[in-house]
Design a protein around this ligand. Structure first.
Ligand SMILES: NC(=O)c1ccc[n+]([C@@H]2O[C@H](COP(=O)([O-])OP(=O)(O)OC[C@H]3O[C@@H](n4cnc5c(N)ncnc54)[C@H](OP(=O)(O)O)[C@@H]3O)[C@@H](O)[C@H]2O)c1
Length: 216
């Protein structure tokens, strides 16, 4: 086991988040999770501190960040994000609070069809984003805006973005590696495991990589 750390998790009741919480607890860490609906997070564990709340209205973000080593955000609501950059608004509150509390490391899970600042998406991805994945356009644009905010205003924070490609909730299909080109359609479980690994990898700081299954 690595040294015991405290993770603050947003989106813990989601499809990636639930796997992430279970893994971090299994690895012997402490997890603090903010969830809207306590019943949606099935896991119960002595090292799991669940708080009820909504990221659009957190009364005391500083208190949530107390004694935290790593912050991870696997948040989303495609319907709300059609009209509101909910995640960007939240990250704009979170980063200053992290500064106030001296918390450095932050992982944000975006999607493979989101666009890092000053880069072009590959033409095929651009086409998919604007056609078959068009109903998620608001979510992609929100993720784009989060990356832009981090790149432009948060170089003092050890942020990293995982541009995940998720296809199913099946069992593990292998080990995902960081890649700035290759992209795999992975399982939620594998994406959560990847998030856990790269959060502790200093070489992932200030990257917006995609993830790709390692060839055996
Ligand atoms: N799903 C995919 O296929 C996919 C693919 C690539 C990338 N991604 C990216 O990964 C992120 C996470 O995806 P996912 O599929 O794991 O998420 P998900 O299953 O949709 O879960 C989203 C999480 O965000 C929480 N949430 C939403 N609005 C909230 C609010 N106002 N306050 C507090 N919590 C809130 C949800 O809480 P509730 O349980 O209360 O709703 C849930 O825990 C997405 O935003 C997306 O950008 C997803």
């Amino acid at each position: 086991m690595n040294q015991q750390k405290t993770f603050l998790v947003f989106g813990a009741s989601g499809q990636t988040g639930q796997h992430f919480v279970s893994l971090a607890l299994r690895e012997g860490h402490t997890v603090r999770a903010l969830v809207r609906n306590l019943a949606k997070l099935a896991t119960r564990h002595p090292n799991l501190d669940v708080r009820q709340g909504d990221v659009t209205d957190i009364p005391d973000l500083d208190e949530l960040l107390q004694d935290v080593d790593f912050v991870i955000c696997m948040l989303g609501n495609a319907e709300v994000q059609k009209t509101t950059k909910m995640n960007t608004a939240f990250v704009k509150q979170l980063i200053p609070a992290m500064r106030r509390k001296g918390v450095k490391r932050f992982l944000y899970q975006a999607g493979g069809l989101s666009k890092p600042p000053h880069r072009r998406l590959a033409p095929l991805f651009w086409l998919i984003r604007n056609t078959v994945a068009r109903s998620y356009l608001g979510q992609h644009q929100d993720n784009d805006a989060v990356m832009e905010y981090l790149a432009e205003t948060a170089s003092d924070i050890e942020w990293m973005v995982h541009r995940a490609g998720i296809g199913s909730n099946g069992p593990s299909r292998g080990v995902l590696k960081r890649s700035d080109r290759a992209f795999s359609i992975a399982t939620f479980k594998d994406c959560a495991t990847y998030n856990y690994r790269i959060l502790m990898d200093p070489s992932a700081v200030h990257t917006y990589d995609q993830s790709c299954y390692q060839k055996s």
